[in-house]
Design a binder for this molecule. Structure first.
Ligand code: EPU
Length: 323
């Protein structure tokens, strides 16, 4: 679906009328694609509320499928109309100020967790890591302690192979269930998914659930590791301010936070976007940051670290949407 295509030689009144017609047409297509779904469909939905950064413009449409079947129905209707879907997890993303055209999908209603034999746990895509971690602690299962304090969803953590210095997602994933673009479900073993640093090449489609292979352990011990790690994060990271996690990947063997601090950028601010005073690899929103402020800050940090340390920082957070 192409939105807002305009011939170049027109009066501004003609352009406005073509733009209005084209946007009416786009709105009609979006209404058709979302017709008959059981879940929520919200037009012009502000995405600020859906991101941990609290930054960003609206989605043309935000769909919150009621269940996996509803998601498959959306996929089939979207394919028929050639409309792309964008899945928002919301914790490592910067949505630009113009928002996202087309359909944004939140899997926040897919929240079931099931215990399977041999210390395997199945979690639907929208289960958050804190909930999953609490579940595994309650079953005395070890293997997710590294994720203490990560706020994202289990599917988001698979797709970006989230990790900390204690471990990463690929160590626990046994298989994933994917809704393909044609709206059918298939299960893919972890061995068929190439994982790399903060990335997983998951087959096309939308991850709807994840099987995790955990390890029977001792509840007190698991709890102590988690508590210590949460304390470390609380002491070193700006967890009380809106942020999107670490802004840059670590340029191994160095750490982005160390390089940014050494470049004198701790506390540096553009508008309400600021390099955290607590941990230099976090950008925090001091209240009313615009995505443009965050982008300008990212560019400044990259330029400065490149000129002072000769290191090109690569973004960990994903930038999406329109200016
Ligand atoms: N450092 C500084 N100044 C700072 C921040 C850090 O000099 O402002 C130094 C620290 O002293 C340390 C080194 O940089 O020597 C590494 O810092 P830290 O232990 O805080 O870990 P990190 O490498 O910055 C990684 C993950 C975090 C995760 C922590 C804790 C990445 C990009 N970051 O951070 O993950 O929480 O380890 O395990 O891998 C995230 O992915 O969003 C994230 C925050």
């Amino acid at each position: 679906m192409k939105v807002g295509l305009m011939p170049s030689r027109m009066s501004s009144a003609q352009s406005r009328s073509v733009a209005a017609r084209s946007s009416d047409c786009a709105a009609r297509v979006l209404r058709t694609v979302t017709a008959g779904l059981k879940g929520q469909v919200r037009f012009k939905a502000p995405l600020k509320e859906w991101t941990s950064f609290r930054v960003g413009g609206p989605a043309d449409v935000l769909v919150i499928p009621h269940d996996v079947e509803d998601l498959c129905c959306l996929l089939r209707q979207a394919r028929a109309a050639k409309v792309r879907l964008f899945v928002i997890g919301g914790t490592n993303v910067l949505v630009r100020d113009g928002g996202i055209r087309g359909i944004v999908v939140s899997l926040s209603k897919l929240k079931a967790i099931a215990d399977e034999p041999n210390a395997v746990v199945y979690a639907e895509a929208g289960v958050t890591m804190p909930v999953l971690l609490q579940h595994s602690i309650s079953r005395s299962l070890s293997g997710l302690e590294w994720a203490a304090g990560i706020p994202g969803t289990v599917a988001g953590c698979v797709v970006m192979n989230a990790g900390t210095r204690l471990g990463e997602m690929k160590d626990a994933v046994k298989a994933v269930r994917i809704a393909s673009p044609s709206g059918t479900l298939k299960d893919v073993p972890a061995s068929a998914i190439p994982f790399s640093y903060r990335h997983a090449r998951v087959p096309r489609g939308i991850v709807t659930g994840v099987w995790l292979q955990l390890i029977p352990g001792v509840k007190d011990h698991i709890q102590t590791v988690v508590k210590d790690y949460l304390r470390y994060r609380k002491d070193t990271q700006p967890l009380t301010m809106p942020n999107a996690g670490c802004a840059f990947k670590n340029p191994k063997p160095d750490a982005a936070g160390r390089l940014i601090e050494a470049a004198g950028l701790k506390g540096f601010r553009i508008g309400d976007a600021q390099v955290s005073e607590k941990h230099a690899n976090f950008i925090v929103n001091r209240g009313d940051a615009r995505a443009d402020d965050v982008m300008a800050l990212i560019a400044h940090v990259r330029r400065t670290v490149q000129s002072k340390a000769g290191v090109k920082l690569e973004l960990e957070l994903k930038i999406v949407g329109e200016p």
